[in-house]
Design a protein around this ligand. Sequence first.
Ligand code: 13P
Length: 341
Amino acid sequence: MSMELHETARALVAEGRGILAADESDGTIKKRFDSIGIESTEESRRAYRDMLFTTPGVEEYISGVILFDETIRQRADDGTPFPDLLASRGVIPGIKVDKGAKPLAHAEGETVTEGLDGLRARLGEYRGLGARFAKWRAVYTISDTHPSDYSIWTNAHALARYAALCQEAGLVPIVEPEVLQDGTHTIERSLFVTSRVLAAVYTELFDQRVDVEGTLLKPNMVLSGYEAADRAGTDEVAERTLHCFYKHVPAVVPGIVFLSGGQSDEDATANLNAMNSTGPHPWELSFSYGRALQAPALRAWGGKPENVEAGQRAFYHRAKMNGAARTGTYAPEMERETTMV
Ligand code: 13P
């Protein structure tokens, strides 16, 4: 079992490839669809995911896809269940298993991620449906007083309980502690908070006997707050982010797969590229982007069947740009290449 977990984790961070996070919950996908003026229905959500997953050639750059509970049970236009379609193209199916961040008692403005009750049974079912890895997201906000130690340790404990259950079920856990980068904080404050969060997460993972060689970390990059007056540029972001991980992430962890967290598509690509251009590093540095892989594809598709190819071209292009960032060979000029699907 542990060999299989190690192999799956390594396959998810294979050279030049990364993960598509397409696990938006019903509320989140509705927000995305609202932005292009289309209604979120079971069929429109299925058609959108079908467009993404059937993009010709995208498996060159995409190693795995994180699905939502509804999606893992849906089928492509030709009737093939989505997990089977992905697996037939060499793309590993994954599943979001947390039930969202809920208010943390006695901690005004902070959350704890729920979903542990009944998780062992759900993981068994998801593995039967074809999932080989899972995701659980903890969320922290930065202010002068937040996050509290209480929220840091409560979320770390839940992440480790989830990770241990995943490994027992034969699924690679993606451990996602997301420090939101909204606000006016400095990059130093982001570094401090992200460091404290990671220290707690790895303490709990070890205490709960998780084999970290069969896990992936999905963190935020260390950024100045999006509303900060003087924001750090790409080189400083790469340097501070790497500094943070060198101090806190064990070298046997096979990969760090970043979330995009509201950065522009091109910033998310450029920052990843900058980190890889100073490699090699102990772990693979890759992506598990949601918005930064999907935003242009969503706009180009616009919910219209006649735009499926345009949507796929946009998705293929972003996947290719991030594939280049995996090896530090991305350059902004490549954004202007027209990509044929
Ligand atoms: P973003 O890349 O849009 O932040 O989404 C990644 C994700 O899966 C958040 O849980």
